[in-house]
Structures are given as structure tokens and as C-alpha cells.
Design a protein. Structure first.
Length: 278
């Protein structure tokens, strides 16, 4: 898996936004949707969707209104269960951040659950950037997310039942800062399973100098992670100084890595890099 010198594309719709971040790909039948968080002139970060399979669709559509409930929403993650779609996302209320759940029958109209999935009103702790994946050997779901405490972000795990009720919440992080590349934060996990081999792509931030990059880790059970490696760091030759919030998608004989990149003018935009599997 090599992305550092691979070809890349900056999506044209970035021009509609002052900030475009947190890309996630969701495929349904023959359609490939890109969900992401975007900010326009009103400075409210909202979740948008665009169908990449429809070449005539050029303007992303907002998924739901956040006024009267959230200060901002971001980091959408979509799964399908029993002909219904579910979106796990990060939401901010009263300057506290947690994980929320929305559902839809058509990917157009979303109902947001009244009760947050993970939230802490009492402690100075924030949660976000969820990734939910179905366990291959049970009807349970593994939900990965970051937990931020005292300015540090690490990746945690909780296990959900088939109705998305929490069965178990791990007290210790499954991915935590272990090197100067991850000194400030590790978060935004994207998890894949193939033949009982688990792989996580995630964002890491170092402090000296401050730099966002993308890492990879491996596991046999989705709980114990090893073999961390850097797969992408920003390149001054491409005018990108940070990269973060990765989403990896295998398509035919290539791997597409979608991520947010911050350019030298401090504008965040969504980028796709392509690496051949051959």
C-alpha cells in the first residue's frame, strides 16, 4: 500500500465550501456516495452528500438541518442494516462533543435519535469521528471512535448489539500515541476486515513540527492492534501541509484513499489518491 507518490485528485465541489472535511464513501447498488462535512458562509459545519456515480450531480446536498439542536456536525459514517440506512456522526451541543445516530429509508430524509449514543455531560471529555463495522462472526457491531481528555485524542472501542445498544465499552484505548508522529492525537479510524485480518487506517498528529498524517495498523481480532506504519504524509510539493480523516476504498484493481487536506493557505479540502493493487 503506497500513496506517497501516487496520482491524486482535488474534487471540484471543494470550491463551493470554505471548508470540506471528513470524507466517507458509501456504496449502495450501483451508486457511490461521498458523505462529508462542509462549511459555507454561515460558518456552521454540516453534513453533505454527493453521488459520485452520477456525473450530472455536481452540487452536494445537505443531509439535515442542524439549527436548534447542534452547533456543528461532522465525521459521518454510513452502514446499511435490514434495508435501512444508519449514520453515526459527531455532534456538538453546548460546547460538548459526542456521537449521535440518525436513520433513513432512502439516504435523503434522516431522523436523528433524541438520545446520543456516547456523550458525557459531567466530565471534560469529548467523543467523535465514529466508525461502525459489522463483526464477521456475530451479529454485533464494533464502534471505534476517539475520546479526547486533557487535549489528547486516542482511539477507543465499544461493542454494540444488532439494535445499536452498547454491550461493552473498553476502558483503555485500542490505538494510542506511541511515537512523535502521534504525539498530539490519533483519531478518525477507518476499519476493514478481509479473511480474519483487520486493518485500520487512521489520522495521527505530531507536534514537532505540528503535522497531520495518515497511519495504518493491523489486528487479528479488532481489539489488539500492532504493526503501525505511516502511509501518507503531507507534501510541500503539492502545497498540502496536513492530511487527516482517511477513508480507504478498494475499486477494481486500485485502492482509493479519500482524505481531508489542508493547503498552504489554510483551506481544508477533500482529496482522493489512487494506488494500484498490481
Amino acid at each position: 500500500m503506497h500513496f506517497q507518490d501516487s496520482s491524486y485528485e482535488v474534487f471540484k465541489f471543494n470550491s463551493f465550501f470554505s471548508k470540506a472535511i471528513c470524507p466517507k464513501i458509501f456504496k449502495d447498488n450501483k451508486n457511490k456516495f461521498l458523505f462529508f462535512a462542509g462549511e459555507k458562509n454561515d460558518r456552521f459545519t454540516k453534513i453533505f452528500k454527493i453521488n459520485l456515480s452520477n456525473k450530472k450531480e455536481v452540487d452536494p446536498k445537505i443531509c439535515f438541518d442542524i439549527q436548534n439542536k447542534f452547533q456543528r456536525v461532522l465525521s459521518p459514517d454510513i452502514i446499511k442494516n435490514n434495508e435501512k440506512f444508519y449514520m453515526f456522526f459527531e455532534g456538538k451541543i453546548n460546547n460538548k462533543t459526542g456521537i449521535f445516530l440518525a436513520s433513513s429509508k432512502n439516504l435523503e430524509n434522516w431522523d436523528i435519535s433524541e438520545k446520543p449514543l456516547i456523550f458525557d455531560n459531567d466530565q471534560p471529555i469529548d467523543y467523535g469521528a465514529p466508525k461502525c463495522i459489522s463483526h464477521p462472526e456475530s451479529d454485533e457491531y464494533f464502534l471505534y471512535y476517539y475520546k479526547k481528555y486533557k487535549s489528547k485524542k486516542n482511539i477507543y472501542l465499544c461493542i454494540l448489539d444488532k439494535n445499536f445498544e452498547i454491550l461493552e465499552k473498553f476502558e483503555k484505548p485500542v490505538i494510542f500515541s506511541e511515537s512523535n508522529l502521534e504525539e498530539q492525537a490519533v483519531y478518525s479510524p477507518d476499519v476493514h476486515i478481509k479473511e480474519n485480518k483487520w486493518m485500520m487506517i487512521y489520522a495521527a498528529w505530531g507536534q514537532k513540527p505540528l503535522k497531520g498524517l495518515i497511519m495504518k495498523a493491523e489486528s487479528k481480532d479488532g481489539i489488539n492492534w500492532t504493526n503501525k506504519k505511516k502511509i501518507l504524509e503531507p507534501s510541500i510539493f503539492e502545497d498540502i501541509k496536513h492530511c487527516s480523516e482517511p477513508c480507504l476504498v478498494k475499486e477494481n484493481n486500485v485502492l482509493n484513499l479519500y482524505y481531508e487536506g489542508c493547503d498552504i493557505f489554510n483551506k481544508w479540502k477533500i482529496i482522493r489518491r489512487t494506488s494500484s493493487l498490481k
